[in-house]
Design a protein around this ligand. Structure first.
Ligand SMILES: Cc1cc2nc3c(=O)[nH]c(=O)nc-3n(C[C@H](O)[C@H](O)[C@H](O)COP(=O)(O)OP(=O)(O)OC[C@H]3O[C@@H](n4cnc5c(N)ncnc54)[C@H](O)[C@@H]3O)c2cc1C
Length: 411
């Protein structure tokens, strides 16, 4: 029987989060395996009006800088210099501004294409990384000092072993079940309808969060005077909106958003999907742990999912640097404590915001309008809200969170 290949860390899931972790672990000198079920997509070149994007807070920009990725991304990142929060049909408005935080931007909007390309370029030149792709991780067995992973895929070995297994395999995370971790799933009863549009007046660095009785609507500034939108709606309304032709869809969205950016002139391809919360009972089981969507799937209202995942990655990379055993129980427990506190706080803030703004009870809706006006006049509170959105949390420390690289381990 052939010998099973051994690694220090096996990462299952080569989406944005798994790929970022593989890159973040480069300076640690650990031997890595990355297992991804889908084949490598063909590199997309040229601009695509419909390309998807992510909003990242300033804190995420710092982590990407610490990972050495920001230089390749900066030219393609659209800065958000102001976030404008309002409620449809009410006067209250609050504006979070980068200049009040003495920063060039509160965050950036990055296209998935550029983020994916920057990661792929780096991983192609990673001396201690073995990629199994397309290969599916099928079963996990915990052993005393390692995890054995059964694989299925053309050319992939039947099994590999690793001292630490990281499941970055998305919201449905097959490995979460394999690790024996139960997850609570809550259907938000809403769909996210996403796409890109062009308004008459360019967004000029402004992002908008507009609360409506149906659910929130977010507009993010994109290159080419476009905006990316995330419109949350009850499922039947979302299906009806997706069936509209371009002029009717633009009119419906305009009615939700108002005319702060003038008339909406063009909209690209629209996509809709159900929104749910996924909350695992714990983050660690034996020598396995969960990160990214496998560890926390949130409502996209505040665009926090990937931001939170970057903090999972940074905290893990910092703890694994110099560790004698990457799967040591005390190391994983300390990582999980720190991450769970951040995940809980982010989820509470996201869900709280959602409940507050979708409650039609009139006294509450008057209080919200007054609250937004008041918030706009209270710099310390606004500062706190801006910090939360930018991804800063108490107790967060270490070089990556400050935009500095991890020292390279002597190998
Ligand atoms: C509408 C919307 C808007 C959003 N906007 C923002 C935003 O503005 N800012 C932000 O920070 N976040 C945002 N998010 C969240 C963000 O998209 C996610 O946090 C992020 O994509 C999670 O990536 P992931 O790598 O964890 O999971 P995935 O992208 O799902 O990747 C999982 C990977 O695992 C692979 N896989 C699964 N099972 C196996 C297996 N058994 N073996 C091998 N491979 C396997 C899959 O093929 C896949 O490639 C948004 C989300 C939504 C829905």
């Amino acid at each position: 029987m052939s010998e099973v290949q051994s690694f220090d860390v096996a990462i299952v899931g080569g989406g944005l989060v798994g790929a970022t972790l593989a890159e973040a672990l480069r300076p640690t000198g650990l031997r890595l395996a990355l297992v991804e079920a889908r084949p490598l997509p063909a590199a997309a070149d040229g601009d695509d009006y419909d390309e998807r994007s992510l909003a990242l807070g300033w804190g995420s920009r710092q982590i990407l800088a610490g990972l050495g990725l920001w230089d390749a991304l900066a030219a393609h990142a659209t800065p958000m210099t102001e976030v404008h929060v309002s409620e449809r049909g009410r006067f209250g408005v609050t504006r979070l501004r980068a200049r009040d935080e003495r920063l060039p931007a509160l965050g950036y909007v990055l296209t998935l294409r550029h983020l994916g390309a920057a990661l792929a370029a780096r991983l192609a030149d990673h001396p201690r990384l073995t990629v199994f792709r397309p290969a599916e991780a099928r079963a996990v067995t915990q052993e005393a000092d390692a995890v054995r992973l059964r694989l299925a895929g053309n050319g992939a070995p039947e099994a590999i072993r690793a001292r630490l297994l990281v499941a970055a395999d998305g919201s449905d995370s097959p490995l979460r079940g394999q690790l024996g971790i139960a997850a609570r799933q809550v259907d938000y009863g809403q769909w996210g309808v996403i796409g890109n549009l062009t308004p008459r007046h360019p967004p000029a660095g402004r992002a908008f969060e507009r609360f409506t009785p149906d659910g929130p609507l977010a507009l993010l500034p994109l290159a080419g005077d476009r905006c990316a939108f995330v419109w949350t709606l009850p499922p039947d309304r979302a299906e009806a909106a997706l069936a509209l032709d371009e002029p009717d869809f633009l009119a419906a969205l305009q009615a939700r958003f108002g005319r702060r950016l003038g008339a909406f002139c063009r909209v690209g391809r629209r996509q809709g999907f159900p929104l749910r919360l996924v909350r695992p009972a714990r983050l660690v089981a034996g020598r396995g742990l969960l990160i990214g969507n496998a560890a926390h799937t949130l409502h996209p209202i505040a665009g926090q999912g990937f931001n939170l995942a970057l903090r999972d990655v940074a905290e893990l990379a910092q703890r694994l640097a110099g560790a004698a055993d990457p799967g040591a129980p005390e190391l994983l427990a300390a990582w999980a404590r720190r991450r769970q506190a951040d995940i809980d706080a982010t989820q509470r803030a996201t869900d709280g915001l959602l409940r507050l703004f979708t409650n039609p009870w009139p006294p509450l809706s008057h209080a919200r309008a007054a609250g937004l006006l008041l918030l706009d006049r209270l710099p310390p509170l606004k500062h706190r809200l801006a910090w939360l959105g930018m991804g800063w949390r108490a107790g967060q420390g270490g070089p990556l969170f400050q935009g500095r690289p991890l020292p390279a381990e002597a190998t």
